[in-house]
Design a protein around this ligand. Structure first.
Ligand SMILES: Cc1cc2nc3c(=O)[nH]c(=O)nc-3n(C[C@H](O)[C@H](O)[C@H](O)COP(=O)(O)O)c2cc1C
Length: 393
C-alpha cells in the first residue's frame, strides 16, 4: 500500500499506530511501542486521561476558535511540540529531517534527541521557531560541553535536559526480542526483517546509519548499533542537582528539565532557575509503577504556581488529552509515539496528518467546552475537568 493510501485510511493516532505496526519489523515496533517492566505506567499514561472528565459550558458564542499558543518564549500555531525520540532515522529514513520539516510546516517546535542519527548541522536550515535539543548529561564534562557548543552553533536555542534516565529502564519486550543481539541476528530476527520489505528498502537508502553524536569519537566504534550502545554507556548516572546548577550556568539559552513527576523535584527546579519542566515519565519506559503524567500534573502545577513553565508528555494521543493537560496547568504538550506512528506510516505527510487530527480534535473540544481560545482554556483552569475514581490499572 502506498503512503497516500495509508494516509486516507487513518483517522486518528490509533489508526496510525496500526499502520506503523504493519510496516515495522516486530522488533522495532516493540521498541517504539513498549514500556518498562510490567508496563503498568505505560498503560496508565493513556488510561488516566479517561479519569478526567470535561465539564462543558453551553450557549456561548464559539463561532471562531483560536488554537495558537504562547510557550517556551514563542508564539506557536498549536500548544503542542514534537518531543525528543531517539533513532527516528531508523524508524524511517531521514526521520529527524522529516519531523523538523513537519513541525515547521505546522508552526510548532520540535526537539532533537541526543540519539539522533542525523547530524544536527544537517538540520540547521529546517529549524523552526523554538527548536530544541535534548541532552543526556555525559560522564565526560568536556564532551558534554562540546555537544552544547555544537548544538547552539547549529541554531538550537532551547535545551531539554532529560533527568529520568540515570539508568535505563528494563524493557522486557526488547529483552525477549533480543534487540541487543541485532548485530548477530537470529533466524527469527532475519525473517522478521525480511518480511517487512518496504521498511527494509527505505532503510537501505539511509545506509550507513550512524549515531550522530558518537560517530566522531574513535572509541565509539563503526556502526549504528555499536555507537548507540557506546553513547548509552556515556550517560552520567551521577548527574545530580549540582550538575544541573553547572548546566544552568553553562547553557545560556532556555533550559527545560524533562522527567519531573513530583512537586518536590519541581520546586528544586524552580530554585535552580530553570525556564521550564516537562512533567513526564518518559512514556512509561523508565521506572514502572510511577504515576501517569496527567495524574501528577495537578499537584506540581499547584506547587510551582507559575514560577516556571510546565509542559507535559506521556500518553497524549488526542486533542482532548491536550485540552485536559492545559486545563490542569501545562502550557503545551509534547507528542512522543503519536507522531512517530505517523512518521513510520507515511513519512512527513504522516506526521502532518497526526498533527491535523490532534488539531481538529482540540478545536472541537474547545468549541464544545464553550471556549474560544487556548488562553480561555488556560484561564478556565482545573474547574473545567473533574477527576473520577476508578479501579487501578
Ligand atoms: C522510541 C522512543 C525513544 C525515545 N527517545 C528519547 C530520547 O532520546 N530522549 C528523551 O528525552 N526521551 C526519549 N523518549 C521519551 C519521549 O521523549 C517522551 O517522553 C515519551 O515518548 C512520551 O510518551 P508517549 O510516547 O506515550 O507520548 C523516547 C520515547 C520513545 C517511545
Amino acid at each position: 500500500m502506498t503512503s497516500a493510501a495509508r494516509l486516507r485510511r487513518c483517522a486518528d493516532v490509533e489508526s496510525f499506530r496500526e499502520a506503523a505496526h504493519r510496516r515495522l519489523p516486530q522488533i522495532f515496533f516493540d521498541y517504539l511501542d513498549g514500556g518498562a517492566s510490567a508496563e503498568t505506567t505505560l498503560r496508565a499514561n493513556c488510561a488516566d486521561f479517561d479519569r478526567f472528565q470535561l465539564r462543558p459550558c453551553v450557549l456561548r458564542d464559539v463561532s471562531s476558535c483560536k488554537l495558537d499558543a504562547e510557550f517556551l518564549g514563542g508564539h506557536h500555531d498549536l500548544p503542542v511540540m514534537l518531543g525528543p525520540i531517539g533513532s527516528l532515522g531508523v524508524f524511517r529514513a531521514d526521520g529527524e529531517a522529516a519531523s523538523f520539516r513537519a513541525a515547521k510546516c505546522a508552526g510548532i517546535p520540535a526537539c532533537l534527541s541526543s540519539f539522533t542519527v542525523t547530524r544536527p548541522e544537517r538540520l540547521s536550515a529546517t529549524l523552526g521557531a523554538g527548536a530544541a535539543f535534548q541532552l543526556y548529561a555525559l560522564k565526560d564534562r568536556d564532551r558534554t560541553e562540546a555537544v552544547l557548543d555544537r548544538v547552539s552553533g547549529c541554531g538550537f536555542g532551547t535545551l531539554f535536559v532529560t533527568v529520568d534516565t540515570a539508568v535505563s529502564g528494563i524493557r522486557e519486550r526488547d529483552i525477549r526480542n533480543g534487540l541487543r543481539m541485532l548485530s548477530q541476528p537470529s533466524l527469527r530476527m532475519v525473517l522478521d526483517l525480511l518480511s517487512h520489505p518496504s521498511w527494509l528498502a527505505d532503510i537501505a537508502r539511509a545506509h550507513p546509519v550512524r549515531m550522530a553524536l558518537a560517530e566522531d569519537w574513535s572509541e565509539a566504534g563503526e556502526g549504528y548499533l555499536e555507537q548507540a550502545a557506546f553513547l548509552a554507556r556515556q550517560i552520567d548516572p551521577a548527574f545530580d542537582w549540582q550538575g544541573l546548577a553547572w548546566l544552568r550556568a553553562r547553557w545560556h539559552g532556555r533550559l527545560v528539565v524533562k522527567g519531573i513527576l513530583t512537586a518536590d523535584d519541581a520546586l528544586r527546579c524552580v530554585d535552580q532557575g530553570v525556564d521550564g519542566i516537562v512533567v513526564s515519565n518518559h512514556g512509561g519506559r523508565q521506572l514502572d509503577g510511577v504515576s501517569s503524567s496527567i495524574t501528577a500534573l495537578g499537584d506540581i502545577a499547584a506547587a510551582v504556581s507559575g514560577r516556571t513553565e510546565i509542559l507535559l508528555d506521556s500518553g497524549i494521543r488526542r486533542g482532548g488529552d491536550v485540552a485536559k493537560a492545559l486545563a490542569l496547568g501545562a502550557s503545551a504538550c509534547l507528542l512522543g509515539r503519536a507522531y512517530v506512528y505517523g512518521l513510520v506510516a507515511a513519512g512527513e505527510a504522516g506526521i502532518a496528518a497526526v498533527l491535523s487530527s490532534i488539531r481538529a480534535e482540540l478545536e472541537v473540544t474547545l468549541a464544545l467546552l464553550g471556549l474560544r481560545s487556548i488562553r480561555e482554556l488556560r484561564d478556565a483552569g482545573p474547574g473545567i475537568v473533574r477527576q473520577i475514581s476508578g479501579p487501578d490499572c
